[in-house]
Write a protein that binds this ligand. Structure first.
Ligand code: F6P
Length: 326
């Protein structure tokens, strides 16, 4: 195994608050340990199209507090082809990069797994996604900030929902995972969360109506996990309007505002710890693993497991939303 002298760092896929804190931690830890750092722009696109520049510790000054990613991000079609990855490898070698640290969600880690297998490159992944949908970690970078953004928005919607005595369906992101909807519902006191991990949306809606969720209340808020197949919150509101016209239903889709904003302290700390650990992992000879956090401890999980393992939502939490909404 050749000694690692230069690492490359990139962010890819949907941005997540805390990615900058991770870039800063990776860069400064690497420099602290005598490694050179190359910043790769726009995710794998920058590897394929050679958008690579050397980073100093100053390159990452004054970014820990900002959402988004100073490296920019993209979903790169060229990198999904063998030719694209061969060009990426050539550019990487020409820039003197011996190992990579990639920050992103399941698409990013899947790309990393394939690239690492094809070219025998040491790669460490950091889980950067608001969705919290990766195996091998209790939390992903960006999830806590997105959750707080959701809670702030729902608190505001609550004011108008109460005043007008309306039923609101608030759609949140999640990429077919219900973490944001479920924990957003617990934290904001929503009457229900409709999530993909449970039976169909229609069954969950029927359950809600059957348990007379408005008996003791004149307004209600239901958090709905986005669902491109069923139409999510819009589809459910339409159904309610048709079947229960007595409910004055409204829809709010929170959308991309969930991905922005200054990261919470929890996300900054998580990203900083994981970023520093990525360099420790490379120096220990780890390769092709994602850094995760389990029960407060940093752990390694192979890319294949992190992207395929289903992380179940807690049944107790599902029950909790029900109990607390009586
Ligand atoms: O994976 C992060 C995420 O924000 C998902 O929650 C959402 O489904 C998707 O990205 C949106 O992607 P885009 O940036 O392409 O609109």
């Amino acid at each position: 195994m050749t000694k690692i002298k230069t690492i490359g760092i990139l962010t890819s896929g949907g941005d997540a608050p805390g990615m900058n804190a991770a870039i800063r931690a990776v860069t400064r830890s690497a420099i602290y340990h005598g490694l050179r750092v190359m910043g790769i722009k726009r995710g794998y696109y920058g590897l394929v199209f050679n958008e690579i520049e050397e980073f100093s510790s100053k390159s990452v000054s004054n970014i820990v507090q900002h959402g988004g990613t100073i490296l920019k991000t993209a979903r790169c079609r060229e990198f999904t082809t063998a030719e694209g990855r061969a060009t990426a490898f050539e550019n990487m070698r020409n820039a003197g990069i011996d190992a990579l640290v990639v920050i992103g969600g399941d698409g990013t880690l899947t790309g990393a797994r394939i690239f690492a297998e094809e070219f025998d490159i040491p790669i460490i992944g950091l889980p950067g996604t608001i969705d919290n949908d990766l195996g091998g970690t209790d939390r992903t970078i960006g999830y806590d900030t997105a959750l707080n953004t959701i809670v702030e928005a729902v608190d505001k919607i609550r004011d108008t929902a109460t005043s007008h005595e309306r039923l609101f369906f608030v759609e949140v992101m999640g990429h077919m995972a219900g973490y944001l909807a479920l924990n957003g519902a617990i934290a904001s006191g929503a009457e229900a969360a409709i999530i993909p991990e449970k039976e169909t949306e229609i069954d969950q809606l029927a359950d809600l109506v059957n348990r007379g969720f408005r008996k003791s209340k004149s307004s209600a808020i239901v958090l709905v996990a986005e669902n491109p197949e069923t139409g999510g919150a819009l589809g459910l509101a339409q159904r309610i309007k048709e079947e229960f016209p007595e409910y004055d239903a409204r829809v709010t889709i929170l959308g991309h505002l969930q991905r922005g904003g200054s990261p919470t302290a929890a996300d900054r700390i998580l990203a900083s710890r994981m970023g520093a650990q990525a360099i420790t992992a490379l120096m220990e000879g780890q390769r092709n693993v994602m850094i995760g956090i389990k029960n407060g401890e940093l752990v390694y999980t192979p890319f294949s497991k992190a992207t395929t393992e289903k992380k179940p939502v807690s049944n107790a939490d599902i029950e909790l939303v029900k109990i607390l909404s009586i």
